[in-house]
Design a protein around this ligand. Structure first.
Ligand code: SF4
Ligand code: SF4
Length: 262
């Protein structure tokens, strides 16, 4: 994959950040592994500092607030203000399961350009909630996209991939590395998996390298543009790909995990 530059910035499809790691749903095979992560919410000023660095070298078409469930963040307007002030992208979007979006303050809707609403067959959003969100998006000129999802692809393999050839094949066929770029805790990643696979699977895999470091680009070190281009245009798999199926996993009917106890 080769990337074009415009005014010294690398042009990309999109960039996202997980504003919280926790969620009010527990989807099986959740891509960012939310049901298995400790609760965490980004500090708006910290995210703003990361994005200000990144905006000097990267120009994504769209910036997405994802999670977890973003509407669980205690101050989403402040997060949106920090993103807007960084100049990272003209289009700010939020991706939500909708259960909390209907009652969010106007201050959130006023700061958004787009909303993607994922309606899961295993936890369907009531029609009246969908109607309320649709009405609020229309009133605030937010472009709403509704996705009905009844199946999930298995992303986490039952065991680490056994051979380098399997890892190379999974990486080569993976579209997430182009479409799901992530900024998280001072690093840029080409997909959403490295920091979360490290947290969730690391304790049971002592052989695992420090994925959050080895598969990311630090934003506070020199020559960021050169390091970003080198990382984006690499043909070799990430270390994380050994613990991931990317776009190669089998499809399963959508389902919820049982509620955690305690
Ligand atoms: S709603 Fe989204 S973030 Fe929450 S568990 Fe489901 S897939 Fe994960
Ligand atoms: S870890 Fe590798 S296979 Fe998994 S989503 Fe990222 S690039 Fe794709």
């Amino acid at each position: 994959m080769r990337y074009e530059l415009h005014d010294g910035r690398i042009l990309t499809w999109s960039l996202e950040t997980h504003v919280v790691t926790h969620c009010n749903l527990r989807c099986v095979q959740c891509c960012p592994m939310s049901p298995h992560l400790p609760a965490w919410a980004v500090e708006p000023a910290v995210l703003g500092a990361d994005l200000t660095r990144l905006a000097r070298v990267l120009k994504p078409n769209i910036f997405k607030l994802t999670g977890g469930e973003p509407f669980l963040h205690p101050d989403l307007p402040a997060v949106l203000d920090a993103v807007r002030a960084s100049g990272i992208s003209e289009q700010l979007s939020v991706t939500t399961n909708g259960f909390l979006a209907q009652s969010a303050p106007d201050a959130v809707y006023e700061r958004l350009d787009r909303m993607t609403l994922s309606v899961y067959s295993s936890a369907p959003l009531p029609e009246k909630s969908l109607a309320r969100i649709t009405e609020r998006c229309a009133r605030h000129d937010v472009l709403l996209t509704v996705k009905h999802i009844d199946a999930f692809q298995q992303l986490t393999p039952d065991a680490p991939l056994a051979t380098d050839a399997e890892v190379r094949d999974v990486h080569a066929r993976c579209w997430l590395k182009v479409r799901c770029h992530l900024v998280h805790r001072g690093h840029f990643y080409t997909c959403t998996r490295p920091p979360h696979v490290a947290t969730v699977l690391g304790p049971s895999h002592p052989e695992m390298p420090a994925l959050a470091e080895v598969d990311g680009v630090r934003l506070d070190a020199p020559e960021l543009l050169e390091r970003m281009l080198g990382h984006l245009e690499r043909d070799t798999p990430l270390a994380t790909c050994r613990y991931c199926l990317g776009a190669s996993g089998p499809w399963q009917p959508h389902a919820q995990l049982p509620r955690a106890h305690g």
